[in-house]
Design a protein around this ligand. Structure first.
Ligand SMILES: NC(=O)CC[C@H](N)C(=O)O
Length: 227
């Protein structure tokens, strides 16, 4: 499986993402600078965390307007997987690929520590290796992780089972404790916590391995006939 890790000016979790899929999972992966992008030959797109364009305006707001996002949208429309983590999640909401918005944390401070999450939906192509309601531990590292959407959107997210991860102890004020959501079609996942920083014991948790494993396994089952 071939992953593209999109690098914007100011991305800083791109190497972590690359390390997770290339070195830990052993798949093909490339760092793709946002300007030189032809995403046609990649099976999955990873939008990493960081401070793209210095978080000017809002986290992800400027990156969302870049040309590469047109290709990410086309890739998503083909049903191929897209995972946005932290700043990547912000880019996905700002570009309208996911509903809602990420606001400043309720305490107005940058937070960086481990959090427990509940797997609410284990039927997505990213989460089939988890048990439903499994408790997993991922690091968070954000200043704008306070997920917000209006009541109607929240109702739809619940009805369509689009809430994939919630916080056990909501650290940032997110509505309905939301830590990660998926699009209605089930192939674009955005989440504030970092699964790519939880893939080896030395990182304090390897709960993120199951997420990448599921992506790879589900892709093989769909696209590789002899898998
Ligand atoms: N680690 C990150 O991706 C940080 C995201 C964003 N810059 C924020 O502070 O909210």
């Amino acid at each position: 499986m071939k992953f593209a890790v999109i690098v914007f000016p100011g991305s800083n979790c791109d190497r972590d993402m690359y390390h997770a899929v290339k070195e830990v999972m052993g798949e093909e992966a490339e760092l793709v600078w946002y300007e030189n992008s032809n995403l046609e030959n990649y099976d999955a797109i990873l939008l990493p965390g960081g401070f793209s364009y210095g978080d000017y305006l809002r986290g992800g707001a400027v990156a969302a307007t870049s040309d590469v996002m047109k290709q990410v949208r086309e890739h998503a429309q083909k049903g191929k997987p897209v995972l946005g983590v932290c700043n990547g999640f912000q880019v996905l909401t700002e570009s309208g690929l996911l509903p809602g918005a990420l606001m400043r944390n309720k305490n107005l401070s940058f937070m960086c520590h481990q959090e427990y999450l509940v797997v609410e939906n284990n039927e997505t192509l990213f989460t089939t290796d988890y048990e439903k309601e499994e408790l997993v531990r991922f690091p968070i590292a954000h200043g704008e992780g306070n997920y917000f959407c209006d009541e109607e959107t929240l109702k739809k997210l619940k009805e369509n089972n689009q809430i994939v991860f919630t916080y056990e102890n909501n650290p940032n004020g997110s509505v309905a404790d939301i830590a990660g959501i998926i699009n209605k079609e089930g192939n674009v996942l955005g989440m504030m916590p970092h699964p790519e920083r939880a893939v080896e014991a030395i990182m304090g948790s390897y709960d993120g391995v199951k997420l990448f494993k599921a992506m790879i396994k589900n892709w093989r089952q769909t696209y590789v006939t002899n898998a």
